[in-house]
Design a protein around this ligand. Structure first.
Ligand code: CUA
Length: 347
């Protein structure tokens, strides 16, 4: 196996291990429910056709199999039959027409705003607006507005959204943008897949009443680390979501004990790409690190967010995620440790 093939297999394996339940057959939202219903219906129609065709085939093979002595004469040949021609044109046309209709209905159900208005002038209660930016190879989430309130929170890879409850339907409107190439946003248990295309504005709605962690994956090949462009959607109860918003809205904590690490971070090229609100780091090319430690993973959810992996990442990102856009900066061990210690305080 070549190195790149080994890497590919490794990536798929790593992704599969981290992904847990990503089956469309355990839907957790109305949209995902519509998709699975359509899948079963199409499967049933296809299974029926399969059984009929194979049944006729096996019947003919058995019924007209060769018996007795071989002869040179062909059996009587039949050319053209209007009833048969009509039957095998009309029956498939009707089946295709039926599938088009149910497919169109499902498209409608999946794309329509769930229990929420679609125009900005309408009542915006319970609606969360997030702009999702697909980047090689991670996701940026820009929180714009919730419940009519303006927000300015930016985070990466882990999308928090509020769950609906009996009294209040809550839904999340994702505006999908790409900063570079085509990606595709797909969280199978929450709904359909939507392409993220440079220069094009696509939208996707999420809605569920089941809090929990939902996993997904970039579903459009976008380069070397496509397999490590994972999606984690954390559906919080409305109260938890409010708390999360509140903590994310704060600027980064300033811990005097790690001031050397902070200065080291701010004096290195880190600031050209990364942002830490409350400091002079204003980069907008790489993940916002203001609340880095509130996230469970780093590197496009490729690895767990802990001291060891952070150190590994700062030391040599290419070793952890070959081809990623962050280079190794060749920091001294001391500087590297100070920076990691600082990063670990960014709760
Ligand atoms: Cu982004 Cu594949």
């Amino acid at each position: 196996m070549s190195d790149s093939a080994a890497l590919g297999t490794g990536c798929i394996f790593a992704a599969a291990q981290q992904m847990g339940d990503v089956s469309i057959f355990s839907p957790a939202s109305p949209q995902a429910g519509s998709i699975v219903t359509l899948s079963w219906l199409v499967f049933a129609v296809a299974a029926f056709i399969f059984v009929v065709v194979e049944g006729v085939l096996f019947y003919c093979v058995f019924r007209f199999r060769h018996r007795g002595e071989p002869t040179d004469t062909e059996p009587p040949q039949v050319y053209g039959s209007h009833p048969i021609e009509i039957a095998w044109t009309v029956a498939p046309s009707m089946i295709v027409f039926f599938l088009v209709l149910v497919g169109a209905r499902t498209l409608w159900e999946v794309n329509i705003a769930p229990a929420a208005p679609t125009t900005e002038s309408a009542d915006e209660s319970g609606v969360l607006d997030v702009t999702v930016v697909g980047r090689q190879w991670w996701w940026e989430y820009q929180y714009k507005r919730y419940d009519g309130r303006e927000l300015s929170i930016i985070t990466a890879n882990e999308l928090h959204i509020p769950a609906s409850d009996a009294e209040t339907p809550r839904s999340t409107r994702l505006a999908l943008r790409s900063a570079d190439v085509c990606h595709s946003f797909w969280v199978p248990r929450l709904g359909g897949k939507m392409d993220v295309i440079p220069g094009r504005h696509n939208t996707l709605w999420l809605e569920t009443d089941k809090p929990g962690l939902y996993l997904g994956q970039c579903a459009e090949y976008c380069g070397t680390q496509h397999a490590h462009m994972l999606i984690r959607v954390v559906v919080d109860s409305p109260a938890d979501f409010e708390r999360w918003l509140e903590s994310q809205a704060k600027p980064a904590v300033e811990d005097a004990e790690v001031s050397q690490g902070r200065e080291a971070f701010l004096s290195e090229s880190c600031v050209n790409c990364h942002r830490i609100r409350g400091t002079t780091a204003h980069g907008n090319y790489a993940p916002d690190l203001t609340h880095l430690m509130s996230r469970k993973t780093i590197a496009g959810a490729a690895v767990e967010n802990n001291a060891e992996n952070l150190e590994h990442w700062v030391h040599d990102p290419q070793d952890l995620k070959p081809g990623c856009l962050m280079p190794a900066f060749g920091l001294t061990d001391k500087k590297q440790q100070m920076i990691v210690r600082y990063l670990l305080t960014l709760e």
